[in-house]
Design a protein around this ligand. Structure first.
Ligand code: GLN
Length: 194
C-alpha cells in the first residue's frame, strides 16, 4: 500500500518509518497530484497554525476533503487531529471538518505539555495497553453521534474514529507500537491474541 504523509511541516520522517514497519510505502504529499493513487493518508503532528497556512497556500483543503470523503482512510495525529476536527478552540485554525468533534489546542497546559501514559482500561479490543506520547496535545470534546471513541487516557478521548477517519491526540509514530498505523491500513483491529 502507498500511504501519503502531508509534508508541509511536522514529524513526517517518524511516520514514514512507522508506515514502513507495517509494510506500507510512504509518499510525501505537498500537491494535489501527489494524492493520485494513494491508498491512505497521514496528517502528522507539528504546529497546526503552520500546517493550516500551508494547506491554504497550496490549495489543499478541498483535495484533502475529497480524498477522505471518497472513502480513503485518513489518520490525523495531534496537529493532524486538530485539522480533522469540525471546530477548533483556543487559537482556532481553519480545519477540514472531517471528524465531528471539537479540538481544544494545547489543552494540557504548559507544566505537563509533554507526557506519556497508557490508555485506560476499556479501550477498543486490540488497543489494550497502548502507550500514548502527548506533546502539547489537544483535547477532543463533544464527539458527534457518528464518532466512536476507541481509546481514552484519564477519561479523555485520545483516539477517535469516524468511518474511514482516525484522529489521535497522541503520537503513535514515536513508539514502536504499530497498532494505530496498522489500523489505518486495515480499517479494523486484530482480535485479541493475534
Ligand atoms: N500544539 C500543537 C498545535 O496546537 C500540536 C502539537 C503536536 O502536534 N504535537 O497545533
Amino acid at each position: 500500500m502507498r500511504v501519503g504523509i502531508l509534508a508541509i511541516q511536522g514529524d513526517c520522517d517518524a511516520h514514514a518509518a512507522a508506515l514502513r514497519r507495517v509494510g506500507a510505502e510512504p509518499v510525501r504529499v505537498l500537491h494535489e497530484k501527489d494524492l493520485d493513487g494513494l491508498d491512505a493518508l497521514v496528517l502528522p503532528g507539528g504546529e497546526s497554525t503552520t500546517i493550516a497556512k500551508g494547506l491554504e497556500r497550496l490549495a489543499l483543503y478541498e483535495p484533502l476533503r475529497a480524498f477522505a470523503l471518497a472513502g480513503r482512510p485518513v489518520l490525523g495525529t495531534c496537529a493532524g487531529a486538530i485539522l480533522l476536527a469540525r471546530e477548533v478552540e483556543h487559537h482556532p485554525v481553519r480545519s477540514l471538518g472531517l471528524v465531528d468533534v471539537v479540538a481544544v489546542r494545547n489543552a494540557y497546559g504548559t507544566q505537563v505539555d509533554s507526557f506519556a501514559a497508557p490508555v485506560d482500561s476499556g479501550a477498543a479490543a486490540g488497543l489494550e495497553g497502548l502507550r500514548c506520547v502527548f506533546i502539547r496535545a489537544p483535547r477532543l470534546r463533544d464527539p458527534g453521534p457518528q464518532v466512536e471513541v476507541l481509546a481514552r487516557v484519564e477519561g479523555a478521548p485520545v483516539l477517535l474514529r469516524q468511518g474511514n477517519r482516525l484522529a489521535a491526540t497522541f503520537h503513535p509514530e514515536l513508539t514502536d507500537d504499530p497498532r494505530v498505523h496498522a489500523l489505518l491500513l486495515r480499517g479494523e483491529l486484530d482480535p485479541p491474541g493475534c
